[in-house]
Design a protein around this ligand. Structure first.
Ligand code: TYM
Length: 338
């Protein structure tokens, strides 16, 4: 078992990232057996696919590293690094570029959503983004990739690339790449915006009120929950009663994911109650979850050198683990390297 996953170091770590992915990273890290490894990285190379401010990216990379450690990623047990310090990611992306098909990339919903009606004006990197993502996991022979639902399609593409490469350039008994399995938490696959139950909670939402950031203080969290969009009906007693009520479903889902209770159990407790009662309860659970994380985050950020050292150490280990696969890829393609 080898666990690999990444996060873009742009904007704040939010509740969707935490419940959809990071919490699972920590769980999987904690369950690793002797000799198994988990690699978690900041996808800074992915972040340049959209217009960005270099100073902000630099700051965001360190902040995201601190946020991950604050959430429970232990740099002594997991390998924590940023892509830019491991050139093999970019190299392998190029080598896989001969295998990935234009048609596959054209079908990616993230590409369609982000490019909208202006495909011609997008960066080449935004289009080839999923090939880099495939390189990220294939480089390390990842078996398990904990992600939110929105990344599942990219992981399926990584499997397609791996399979085609193995078919085209390797013998059946000695494949170059392992096919990675996406691990999506059923209870929090897709956390939605607090302002619009049909849009996912996202770093790029123009309104900060649409998301809970892991560094928001207690007052702000309570205010965001209080202002979260809902409907006038009381909560139902069973999950079926949430059909057609995406905002209510989202809040109940968040409460359940934070307390470890299934949606039905949450509704057994709050069914028949209005949001006037439910929202303060949700706010409190959120505040209690975030309090220790933001305290650790603030402390970690104060020691920039320690964060630099964590990333440098992680990158050195990642370069070592990735080397045999990169070498095998060059060799399989018939590329002469002296
Ligand atoms: P990113 O940075 O957008 O998000 C990081 C992780 O958080 C999950 N996530 C969510 N889960 C549930 N509800 C939400 N509202 C929500 N928003 C985000 C994402 O699914 C993700 O797991 N392309 C990736 C980063 C990446 C990567 C990789 C991931 C680069 N290479 C290789 C896995 C493997 C991204 O932009 O995630």
């Amino acid at each position: 078992m080898r666990v690999v996953s990444g996060i873009q170091p742009t904007g704040n770590l939010h509740l969707g990232n935490y419940l959809g992915a990071i919490r699972n990273w920590v769980r999987m890290q904690d369950e690793l057996a002797e000799g198994q490894q988990a690699l978690f990285f900041l996808a800074d190379l992915h972040a340049i696919s959209m217009p960005h401010d270099p100073a902000e990216l630099k700051r965001g990379t360190l902040e995201m590293a601190a946020a991950l450690v604050a959430c429970g990623i232990d740099p002594d047990r997991s390998i924590l690094f940023n892509q830019a310090q491991v050139p093999a990611h970019a190299e392998l992306q190029w080598l896989l570029g001969g295998t990935a098909r234009m048609g596959w990339l054209n079908r990616m919903t993230q590409w369609k959503d982000k490019s909208g009606k202006n495909r011609e004006g997008q960066s080449v990197a935004l289009f080839t983004y999923p090939v880099l993502q495939a390189a990220d996991v294939l480089l390390y022979q990842a078996t398990h990739v904990p992600v939110g639902e929105d990344q599942k399609q990219h992981l399926e593409l990584a499997r397609d690339i791996a399979q085609k490469f193995n078919n085209d350039f390797a013998s059946e008994d000695a494949p170059v790449f392992t096919l990675p399995e996406p691990i999506v938490p059923p209870e929090a696959a897709r956390i939605m915006s607090l302002r619009d139950g049909s849009a996912k909670m996202s770093k790029s939402d123009a309104s900060d009120m649409a998301r809970i950031n892991l560094v928001d203080d207690a007052d702000l969290v309570m205010q965001k929950v209080k202002k979260a969009r809902t409907d006038p009906e009381p909560l139902p007693s069973e999950a079926a009663g949430l059909d057609g009520r995406p905002e209510a479903l989202n809040l109940v889902t968040i409460y359940g994911a934070l307390t470890g209770k299934p949606v039905d159990a949450v509704l057994a407790e709050f069914g028949g109650e209005g949001f006037g009662k439910f929202k303060p309860a949700l706010g409190e659970v959120l505040v209690e979850t975030l309090r220790p994380i933001s305290a650790r985050f603030t402390a970690l950020l104060a020691d920039r050198e320690a964060l630099d050292a964590i990333l440098a150490r992680g990158a050195a280990r990642a370069r070592e683990i990735g080397r045999p696969t990169l070498d095998a890829t060059y060799a399989a393609l018939g590329l002469v390297r002296g």
